[in-house]
Design a protein around this ligand. Structure first.
Ligand SMILES: Cc1cc2nc3c(=O)[nH]c(=O)nc-3n(C[C@H](O)[C@H](O)[C@H](O)COP(=O)(O)OP(=O)(O)OC[C@H]3O[C@@H](n4cnc5c(N)ncnc54)[C@H](O)[C@@H]3O)c2cc1C
Length: 511
């Protein structure tokens, strides 16, 4: 099993061993590209660049697929969460066509890689079904159908759907697919290393000095490069894109069904938030994967409840034999619905980013790999600047990039609490956590199942919002920009890369 950025175990992470890299970076070399982040975006981009002769180094803070790639549900879609009707309206019909073309090419790229490297990742082509359950949804479905057709998707009304959910109207779209994302990422990582690329895990990038050749500061050493790609899901530091990307959490379950009727295709209802369904065979066993119950990060008091809601929703239509896995993970939605892929706003031209995929990062990561590959090898944008992050209008008075981290004033420096005092103050059971107020200051307190207390300053080290406890993944999550910390304040997902301030605890009661 591999580690992931949450306490729940996903179907994917449980079915694979940690990736063992066979390469070591050197501080002497000036790399062509340093790719930061070892999820599907980083590895796909690195593989394409190295294949073209660029000398690349990939740096991952934890382990490959530690982030959302390890907590995805891995539908491969050209029919996107943001409907083509919206894309046509907000941008143009031409842009909708370009996006449809880019996502089609992305699925083709994945297929080509699977053939080229003979990757056993259960990739299967599938139809996608989107179904309406009332008149309002039917109207919406009609406009999605029309705009999707105009964008070039092979889509039309159909009479039946593959899941036993009630529906009034439905459309079927061809050309979708599904796979197990982790063997795919591992095989690309291996191909990348075989082609001369270097991977370093357990290496967090903490800063980039932008002076000619870039000096990349990390928790291991400093490395030099001509270009940096932030494939960190959301870029670290303080950037305009943080004001344009909203963090969301989605919930998923992998189940076995009593009647063994596993739907081969992909299905989606039109509730808000919508539910998504598919099947994947892993190690010879079929799993029905259902997901949904999304909410903005840290906007739910009891995240465990979302699993209960999801389970009760699934039980309405499916005969569950066993719930084998349940997990949740985070994604970032962009302000206008399209991802940001290209030059990182407010930086020199040699710093790149790919973010804001919404719930379609499995395909947009390959779109990102293609766009960044073309920019870094040929200097053009493959998709006519449609995904250009600099389409974002600058915000008056906002300095694009302040530093890797905002200056965080240590509120509790020199102050300490006793274990007993914190226990009394928080009044929580073992395994629980809470933000409490004490002498006009707030404390984030977690009591482990063994009764050990951890106390933190709840102010996020990114832009100073107050974190909230996520009781299902056992993390402190920031509602503003999605930084996530462990129970002990250690940052596990950016944009912040400084830990929460830890509060000193002494065993003395007398102060
Ligand atoms: C529940 C759920 C279901 C989903 N289902 C689908 C789906 O069916 N289809 C689909 O297309 N999309 C889906 N998505 C979205 C998709 O999974 C993501 O968009 C995608 O996995 C993002 O990949 P990534 O490589 O960009 O980011 P990540 O996988 O998050 O990888 C980023 C990596 O960067 C590393 N990192 C961060 N900061 C640093 C640093 N400073 N230094 C070094 N390394 C760093 C992290 O440790 C992490 O490993 C889903 C999302 C969720 C939450």
């Amino acid at each position: 099993m591999i580690n992931r950025d949450g306490a729940n175990v996903s179907l994917w992470q449980d079915s694979i061993q940690p990736y063992r890299s066979g390469t070591t970076p050197t501080t002497r070399q000036v790399y062509d590209v340093i790719i930061v982040g070892g999820g599907i975006t980083g590895v796909s981009t690195a593989a394409l660049l190295q294949e073209s002769g660029k000398k690349c180094l990939l740096l991952e803070a934890a382990n490959l697929c530690f982030g959302t790639t390890g907590g995805t549900t891995a539908h491969l879609n050209t029919l996107l969460d943001v409907p083509y009707s919206d894309i046509s309206k907000k941008f143009s019909k031409e842009v909708a066509k370009t996006v449809a073309n880019a996502t089609r090419n992305a699925i083709q790229l994945i297929r080509n890689h699977i053939n080229q490297y003979d990757i056993g990742c259960g990739f299967t082509g599938a139809n996608g079904y989107l179904f309406a359950q009332n008149e309002k949804q039917e109207d919406e479905l009609e406009s999605i159908l029309k705009a999707s057709k105009e964008a070039g998707l092979p889509i039309d009304y159909c009479d039946d759907i593959p899941v036993p959910c009630p529906f009034t109207k439905a459309v079927r779209v061809a050309g979708q697919a599904k796979f197990h994302p982790l063997p795919y990422v591992y095989a690309l990582a291996l191909a990348f290393e075989k082609a001369g690329g270097i991977i370093l895990q357990d290496c967090r990038v903490t800063g980039v000095e932008e002076n000619g050749v870039l000096n990349v500061e990390t928790t291991v050493d400093n490395y030099r490069t001509r270009n940096v790609v932030y494939a960190t899901h959301i870029p670290p530091g303080v950037n305009l894109l943080h004001l344009r990307c909203v963090p969301w959490r989605s919930y998923a379950m992998a189940l076995t069904l009593a009647n063994n009727e596993y739907p081969a295709d992909l299905s989606y209802d039109m509730e808000d938030p919508y539910h998504y369904y598919r099947t994947q065979e892993v190690e010879g066993r079929s799993y029905f994967i259902a997901g949904g119950k999304d909410h903005k990060t840290a906007h739910e008091d009891n995240t465990n409840n979302r699993f209960l809601q999801l389970e009760s929703h699934i039980r309405k239509f499916f005969d569950i034999k066993e719930i084998n896995y349940q997990w949740s993970s985070q994604f970032f939605e962009s302000a206008d619905g399209l991802p940001y892929i290209g030059h990182l706003p407010g930086h020199p031209e040699n710093i790149y980013v790919a973010t804001g995929y919404g719930g379609n990062g499995m395909v947009f990561s390959s779109v990102a790999a293609m766009v960044l590959h073309e920019m870094l090898t040929k200097g053009n944008d493959k998709y006519d600047n449609v995904f250009n992050p600099n389409r974002v209008k600058p915000v008056a008075g906002f300095t694009n990039f302040i530093s890797h981290n905002a200056d965080v004033v240590k509120q509790f420096a020199g102050k300490w609490f006793s274990h007993e005092q914190l226990d009394e103050l928080s009044n929580i059971a073992a395994g629980e956590a809470k933000v409490v107020e004490f002498e006009n200051r707030k404390l984030a307190i977690y009591k482990s199942t063994e009764g050990v207390i951890y106390a933190l300053n709840p102010i996020c080290t990114h832009l100073k919002c107050e974190v909230k406890w996520n009781n299902t993944e056992m993390t402190w999550d920031c509602p503003c920009h999605g930084t996530r910390y462990n129970y002990d304040g250690k940052v596990i997902a950016g944009p912040a890369d400084q830990d929460l301030e830890r509060i000193e605890i002494r065993e003395l009661v007398d102060k």
